[in-house]
Design a protein around this ligand. Structure first.
Ligand SMILES: [Zn+2]
Length: 371
């Protein structure tokens, strides 16, 4: 099976992975560099140009990993776990497991990436001026320039760029309000995206540069989505913080007895009630959870003979939360396991039921009330 993400290896416990879209960038970079070098340095042999382009592309790739490692190592030192570093078409991203808890943490985590890129830029520049052969000097010089540009571009003060996070941290520190910081960084991100979009449109329509213009517009669209996404997930977290699972759960848990056949369960419960999952219970005892997706492997002809207890996930393996679980963790659990419903279990007893759609409706109501 083709997977869109490939794991390269682990560095200090952090998984380094490449998204398939990165290969497009790598190929583009190789072609652009090779043709560029060929036309500028006519006396180079073809293999000299290709090898220089190859070395430069790989070193550029390593530079991006180093930039993300900068963010990651500072994050880990400040108690924010990092799951993986993913390289994709627009660069790299370090997947932090949670948001920083203070403006100071946020600032140092965000600034660490561009700081690494600046150091790399000066390092490559020094190596380039010390190089004795022209291909080395040219390749290292290009790496110095590109790392410098990566650092500068990332310092633009808008989400999702590092500069947006730095900006957020500064506003957060100055006002003491994390939300104000986020709103400022989202606004900055929007401005950057519109600016890039306009520039792309200009390139496309006025300069007739289709590839360059289209590329910029695509980048702008991507940045805009990321900026808005950041804002939304933050306000969702704000709305949910302090709320416990028991406040989000309904007491009315859908239950079915273990001896019910799948056919009966589907036709007398699932369809009329519009519920996807049920707790399988015998008297006071909870045996497990059966959901519509459990039937996908079952031949329809056998619906009348198979009982729900044969299909269910035994209670010991059911993903659940306790009444005291924080709402943001509830949401994270739903997302992580790709679930639509979640039982709330206290001790051995199922005390409540959380439904994803209902949860999102509740959040919307909270937001309307606050607005
Ligand atoms: Zn960065």
């Amino acid at each position: 099976m083709f997977r869109s993400v490939m794991t390269l290896g682990h560095l200090r416990g952090i998984r380094i992975e490449i998204h398939a879209s990165w290969l497009i960038i790598f190929a583009l970079l190789m072609v652009t560099l090779t043709t560029g070098l060929r036309s500028e340095y006519a006396d180079w042999s073809f293999s000299q140009a290709v090898l220089t382009a190859l070395f430069t592309s790989i070193a550029f790739f390593a530079s991006i990993v180093a930039h993300e490692m900068g963010h990651s190592l500072v994050a880990i030192r400040r108690g924010v776990p990092v799951r993986a570093i993913t390289l994709f078409i627009f660069g790299g991203v370090a997947q932090l497991d949670k948001d920083s808890e203070s403006a100071v943490d946020e600032f140092w985590i965000a600034i660490a990436g561009p700081a690494v890129s600046f150091v790399l830029a000066f390092g490559f520049a020094a190596l380039s001026s010390a190089a004795t052969s022209e291909p080395w000097a040219v390749g290292l010089g290009w790496l110095a320039v590109i790392n410098f540009m990566v650092a500068l571009f990332n310092l633009i003060p808008g989400f999702p760029l590092d500069g947006g996070r730095v900006f957020r941290a500064l506003v957060w520190k100055a006002t003491g309000d994390a939300g104000k910081g986020v709103r400022a960084a989202v606004a900055g991100g929007r401005l950057v995206a519109y600016g890039l979009f306009a520039l792309g449109l200009w390139r496309l329509l006025v300069e007739g540069n289709f590839v360059g213009g289209f590329w910029l517009m695509l980048l702008a669209w991507f940045l805009l989505n990321m900026a808005e996404g950041h804002g939304q997930s933050f306000s969702l977290q704000q709305q949910l913080s302090g709320t416990r699972a028991r406040e989000l759960a309904v007491a009315d848990v859908p239950r079915v007895s273990p001896s019910t056949t799948v056919d009966e369960w589907i036709h007398t419960r699932v369809l009329p009630e519009g519920q996807r999952a049920y707790m399988v219970e015998e008297g006071d005892r909870t045996l497990g959870l059966v959901s519509l997706s459990d039937t996908s492997a079952l031949d329809r002809a056998r619906w009348a003979e198979v009982r729900v207890e044969e299909l269910m996930t035994p209670i010991g393996n059911v993903v659940h939360v306790t009444p005291e679980t924080d709402a943001t963790e509830v949401l994270a659990t739903l997302t992580e396991h790709n679930l639509n419903q979640l039982p709330v279990i206290e001790g051995e007893r199922v005390v409540g039921w959380i439904d994803r759609e209902r949860l999102l409706r509740t959040v919307k109501l909270h937001m309307e009330l606050k607005a």
